[in-house]
Design a protein around this ligand. Structure first.
Ligand code: CTP
Ligand code: CA
Length: 226
């Protein structure tokens, strides 16, 4: 019965999910990236699809196969992901930003391979665009969900990000916990809204986290009981 209620809310809704790691080039053979596997975002995309939503996945580097039957846009850099997200934004109902987006990129991208020198060298970095914060400023009825990987003071950081980025929900996970965070098949998360903690979920598979999260989203959208 619960799944049917979820289906009723999500059927036909346009859900955009970002997943995986961005890649910031240094030169043609070198780049900066992070450990994101894309598993959480892919689990959400599949779960939303299974509930009848029309899903678009925007994927950086992922370490698992991309799901078949979900329209997927591949991107490299934070800037590429930003542009892909903006392309979907006007017709998105629910935006879920699980991607681990680089905070910085090399100030200069060398067109030819950098040659080794005798001394060390300093790589200068500049800020990337904060995609989620930018979406938070442009919200026109879209339901916006952010993620946050934290190592300490999880609740405080989560609430700070939720407010700064104007998210409707923020999913926080303590990446120092066993079975949580990058690369694992399970996750240990808390879900926050502007009032504070909404759900403190036990350790469960990322597929199950996806369903729990979509239940909370559906409840917020249509007052479905969960
Ligand atoms: N995010 C984003 N664009 C960025 C950085 C982050 O859209 N340039 C999004 C992530 O996809 C995630 C949320 O913001 O949904 C939180 O990311 P996180 O790295 O935890 O937060 P930051 O604001 O980057 O802060 P910090 O890295 O200092 O913890
Ligand atoms: Ca960050």
């Amino acid at each position: 019965a619960h799944r049917n209620q979820l289906r009723q809310v999500l059927a036909g809704k346009k859900v955009t999910v970002t997943a995986g790691a961005t890649v910031e080039r240094i030169d043609p053979v070198r780049f900066i990236t992070n450990d994101s596997s894309g598993k959480m975002g892919i689990a959400i995309a599949k779960a939303a699809r299974d509930m009848g939503a029309s899903v678009r996945l925007i994927a950086g580097t992922v370490q698992v196969p991309l799901p078949e039957g979900i329209e997927t846009v591949r991107v490299q850099s934070a800037q590429d992901m930003y542009e892909a997200v903006l392309g979907e934004w006007n017709h998105t109902d629910i935006m879920i930003q699980t991607a681990a987006v680089a905070d910085y990129r090399p100030r200069t991208v060398y067109e030819t391979k950098m040659k080794k020198k005798d001394e060390g060298f300093t790589l200068e970095l500049e800020k990337t665009v904060d995609i989620l914060e930018s979406l938070g400023q442009r919200k026109q009825g879209q339901f916006l969900v952010g993620f946050a990987a934290e190592t300490n003071d999880v609740a405080e950081h989560a609430m700070g990000k939720l407010k700064r980025k104007n998210c409707d929900l923020l999913v926080a996970n303590d990446v120092t916990a066993v079975g949580a965070g990058f690369g694992t098949d399970t996750n240990l998360v808390q879900i926050y809204d502007a009032q504070g903690l909404v759900a403190d979920l036990p350790l469960m598979s990322k597929d199950e986290v996806a369903i729990q999260l979509l239940s909370v989203v559906a409840k917020r959208l249509n007052g479905v009981s969960t």
